[in-house]
Ligand binder design. Structure first.
Ligand SMILES: [Zn+2]
Ligand SMILES: [Zn+2]
Length: 169
């Protein structure tokens, strides 16, 4: 249940639970490949004066690629959600606040789920911390062993060697 009837909140905080399938249209255009449904949990509370606080969490896994060796990896994504839904447009300066129409009778939590998911997706994924990556010369996966290319010369030393060459001329 990710659309909450506001009349329910008059009786006290509402438990919010739901699961959104990985191919839900909500996640379209996010450039995130979900490997699992997004599980959402939390509590929505009426904070008076047209403000509603939602504290919750989302859990899923995304399909990504190791930045060093390009191997496919799935990584868990877990995020805490602290969102404010408000009827007052002036309260919306906070990036984790969401507008609520003055005559709204329900709160749709899904836009907050989309936003928080986007923020929680790691930009730098590695298959493991000590991944050796690909050889910049031959492209071989160095996790499988050395490739036989000569060691990469540090750019600073190359500069020095060029300077030396000039001095000799
Ligand atoms: Zn890797
Ligand atoms: Zn190589």
């Amino acid at each position: 249940m990710l659309q909450i009837d506001l009349r329910e909140l008059a009786r006290g905080p509402a438990e919010t639970r739901g699961q959104l399938p990985a191919d839900d249209p909500l996640f379209e255009g996010l450039d995130v490949a979900l490997a699992e449904p997004v599980t959402v949990a939390g509590r929505l509370q009426d904070a008076a004066e047209g403000r509603f606080y939602w504290r919750g969490s989302l859990t899923t896994r995304i399909a990504s690629q190791c930045r060093r060796c390009l191997a496919p990896v799935t990584v868990p994504v877990v995020a805490d959600i602290n969102a404010l839904f408000s009827r007052d447009p002036d309260a919306l300066e906070d990036p984790s606040s969401y507008p609520l129409a003055p005559d709204a009778v329900q709160i749709d939590l899904r836009p907050a789920v989309r936003e928080e998911l986007l923020l929680a997706v790691p930009q730098w994924v590695v298959c493991r911390d000590d991944c050796r990556g690909l050889c910049p010369r031959c492209g071989k996966d160095l996790n499988a062993g050395p490739c036989g290319c000569p060691p990469v010369v540090d750019q600073r030393w190359q500069g020095l060697a060029a300077l030396k060459g000039k001095l000799h001329d």
